[in-house]
Design a protein around this ligand. Structure first.
Ligand code: ZN
Ligand code: ZN
Ligand code: FE
Length: 757
């Protein structure tokens, strides 16, 4: 039976080779009709036998072009119009705007084959790409997504490239970054003054390898910005990089040439292997084999190493020339600031870190750091969702007025909501420096442009001191409606939004700190929450944070405060009497000692109480080392030990002092640091499940959501999630967004949408 079917496809379907893919399928199936892009996605007309049309649609859905993400397919059937051929039509109007912009993808196998083929015209050409791979988000500066709207506009195509670009049968049809050595960008090596050393690709590779082997630090421009590269197998270069960056502890990410090399250094589970090979090429945290192939300075004291595989042609070439190479590939930035991505900025801001620079003459229009993921119980989670994933949209069942969510000040990502989707920005780091603030503003402006976004509402955190809150205040003075959202409510709402849950849940948010509605610093929250409202149902008992948030670096002050609250003043503590007395004085007179119940801070303090770390140089350093210790501990005592819970004005209070007393006594009574650390983890996990159980009975709710950066502690996550599972709770965990504050903007959007009239 012949028919004419009009099919609408929504999702990431533009700029990913969708139309030529349909064109080839239509030819293979002998169907007539047409395909074109419009503002909503792709519209197809198919004419022919109904069963054959069904076949085509099925194969399109089962096997779409690699970078496509089909979100919905709808169709209507009409009488045949007597069509005889199939064609790709021009976009319907010049104002056509691609709703979605594809994320950057690793170079594909087909391109790599040409790249390594000496006969190919793109042999060793570092900008080789096709419809199925390469840069996208990072080269777009304006819509519509077409070559003139990308940083390829400065590179007019040569006739051979042009021919590929125009031919629907070619695998480079409408590949916006299509280029070759004749017409495209090129790589060059420069010294730290920016003076070019060579522009030849072979020489650049040889020099770079030699410089790395000699122990130099080389800045290499990648997809989303610069990496600082150093030989990870030797102490000296890694130490040099640590000194120059002023970064004594925080583990460095590595790049290896293959799964095989990675497997020699670390244990790789099937789920981890899958993540490593994804075209998003995230950094994956892997367990060290500890066999001495790596400098111990790569991740001092930590048995997990972040590793990624090559994703640019240049990286592939470097590792092809030396398959045993293992490189530190850390973001080229000043600690906790966003990655540097412009040649001029790199020479200015990275010249004290790097000896040489591998650069290229194409602009990165939107920076993005490498994404970071980890696997617990063979399930993948995000620590950082950035390059490769951004700006893929989250489609929602709700439609939005246009909302900007400013996120939080640490590990910032902002989000925008429009129509029926939410787009979460790349990772923007901590907004604590003028440079960070400037990049934040320019990233928001960039998103406004590329998503044709004009918000009427801005939503921020409650924290009056946050840059993101002040920025929202500024926008509200320009006439936007400003909604403020409690930090942990946003954490939980982000989860509810991701899993599309509307009814109330028991939301557990364990994190560093977030501003509470009572002006104290929250951070161990059990909220009975839906997307609109929340009740604070339980939390750990408050304790004073001497010196306020500055105590975060001197974690011994937190340890001292916890011991003082639990046991009185006269305890030995690991610093000079003078310093100790000063802090006790501050606590005694309640000077700049805000109350907090943050579980992140409890981890910090206990790390110091056990003598693991008293001062930190990176966020969560003390807590990470406490977790490391616990992994090495043994015993099950904590599994059956509950921290006492009391009831105050209908809120359950978990007795922090009792926990500290137990930990202190175990340690004093000769239990090892590792066993005590394990006890501490087990006891918190058991109590968490116990409190969830009490709340289930009280509120008759069976669903628990977990959020907050403390769940990046894989031991705690594993203990709590398995404990909850044993008690038959339904558990919601963030799978597409991080546990930490990188998720907050999504929650802010969900809450604002509910609160708007
Ligand atoms: Zn390709
Ligand atoms: Zn060309
Ligand atoms: Fe948080």
């Amino acid at each position: 039976m012949k028919e004419h079917r009009i099919i609408r496809i929504r999702g990431i379907v533009q700029g990913v080779g969708f139309r030529p893919h349909v064109f080839r399928l239509a030819h293979a199936h002998g169907l007539a009709g047409s395909v074109h892009n419009d503002t909503e996605g792709v519209l197809m007309h198919l004419e022919g036998d109904a069963g054959t049309i069904d076949q085509l649609v099925t194969s399109l859905q089962n096997d779409p072009p690699p970078l496509a993400d089909i979100q919905s397919v709808t169709s209507s059937t009409h009488p045949p119009r007597g069509l005889t051929k199939f064609s790709i039509e021009q976009s319907t109007s010049s104002s056509t705007r691609s709703a979605f912009i594809p994320p950057d993808a690793a170079v594909c196998d087909a391109c790599m084959e040409e790249f390594f083929n000496p006969e190919d015209r793109r042999h060793q050409y570092p900008f080789i790409t096709c419809t199925h791979c390469g840069p996208r988000f990072s080269i777009i500066y304006d819509i519509p997504y077409d070559r003139p709207g990308t940083s390829m506009k400065d590179f007019p195509m040569c006739p051979r490239c042009e021919k590929e670009y125009r031919d629907p049968r070619d695998r480079r049809f409408h590949t916006q970054p299509n280029a070759c050595p004749v017409c495209g960008p090129h790589v060059f090596l420069a010294d730290r003054n920016g003076t070019p050393v060579t522009e030849d690709i072979d020489e650049t590779i040889q020099h770079t390898l030699r410089l790395l082997k000699e122990g130099h630090v080389v800045a290499i421009k990648g997809v989303g910005g610069f990496h600082l590269a150093a030989d990870a197998t030797k102490d000296r270069p890694v130490e040099l990089l640590r000194q120059r960056k002023g970064r004594p502890f925080k583990p460095f990410a590595l790049m290896t040439g293959s799964i095989e090399t990675t497997d020699k250094l670390t244990h790789v589970t099937p789920a981890e292997r899958e993540l490593l090979l994804r075209r998003e090429r995230p950094i994956v945290l892997l367990k060290d084999r500890g066999e001495g192939h790596l400098s111990p300075l790569v991740s001092p004291g930590i048995t997990w190493t972040g590793i990624m595989l090559p994703y640019t042609p240049f990286q592939h070439l470097l590792f092809a020339k030396d398959p045993n190479l293992v490189l530190v590939m850390t973001s080229g930035n000043v600690t906790d600031e966003p990655i540097i991505y412009r040649n001029e900025d790199a020479l200015k801001r990275l010249s004290s870190f790097a000896d040489y620079f591998v650069m290229y003459n194409r602009e990165i229009t939107a920076h993005s750091d490498d994404s970071v993921m980890y696997v617990v119980d063979e399930q993948p989670f995000f620590i950082r969702r950035s390059r490769g994933f951004v700006p893929a949209p989250f489609l929602t069942e709700h439609s939005h007025s246009q909302i900007l969510a400013t996120g939080g000040d640490l590990k910032n990502s902002f989000a925008l909501a429009k129509d029926n989707y939410i787009i979460l920005s790349q990772y923007l780091g901590d907004l604590e420096t003028p440079w960070g603030n400037q990049l934040y503003r320019s990233a928001i402006n960039h998103f406004k442009k590329i998503f044709d976004f004009r918000p009427g509402t801005v939503v921020s955190d409650l924290h009056p001191g946050y840059y993101t809150t002040m920025f929202a205040d500024e926008l509200s003075q320009q006439g936007l409606t400003h909604i403020k959202v409690q930090h942990h409510h946003a954490h939980i709402a982000a989860n509810l939004e991701e899993h599309n849950v509307d009814q109330p849940v028991i939301g557990i948010a364990y994190d560093g700190t977030g501003y509470g509605t009572d002006g104290t610093l929250w951070g161990s929250e059990f909220l009975i929450a839906d997307k609109k409202n929340f009740t604070r149902a339980a939390h750990f008992e408050n304790f004073p944070l001497p010196g306020g948030e500055s105590a975060i670096r001197d974690v011994w002050k937190i340890g001292l405060s916890l011991l003082r609250s639990a046991l009185g003043d006269d305890r030995d503590i690991y610093t000079s009497m003078e310093q100790r007395n000063m802090v006790l004085e501050i606590l005694e007179h309640n000077i700049n000692s805000p109350l907090t119940c943050s579980i992140g801070r409890i981890f910090d303090g206990v790390s110091s109480i056990l003598g693991i770390r008293h001062h930190v140089t990176a966020e969560a350093e003390a807590a990470q080392l406490l977790e490391e210790a616990a992994h090495k501990g043994s015993g099950t005592m904590g599994e059956n030990t509950l921290i006492p819970v009391s009831d105050e004005n209908d809120t359950m209070i978990i007795n922090t002092s009792e926990l500290i007393r137990m930990v202190h006594d175990l340690h004093q009574n000769g239990h090892s640091i590792t066993d005590t650390a394990l006890f501490f983890h087990q006891c918190i996990a058991a109590t968490t499940v116990h409190v969830a159980n009490l709340l289930r009975e009280k509120y008759n709710i069976n669903t628990v959501t977990l959020s907050g950066g403390v769940f990046h502690n894989r031991l705690l996550l594993s203990l709590i999630s398995s404990g909850l599972r044993k008690k038959a709770f339904d558990i919601l965990m963030p799978r597409k967004i991080p546990f930490n504050d990188g998720c907050m903007a999504v929650g802010q959007i969900a809450i604002a949408r509910e609160l708007l009239p």
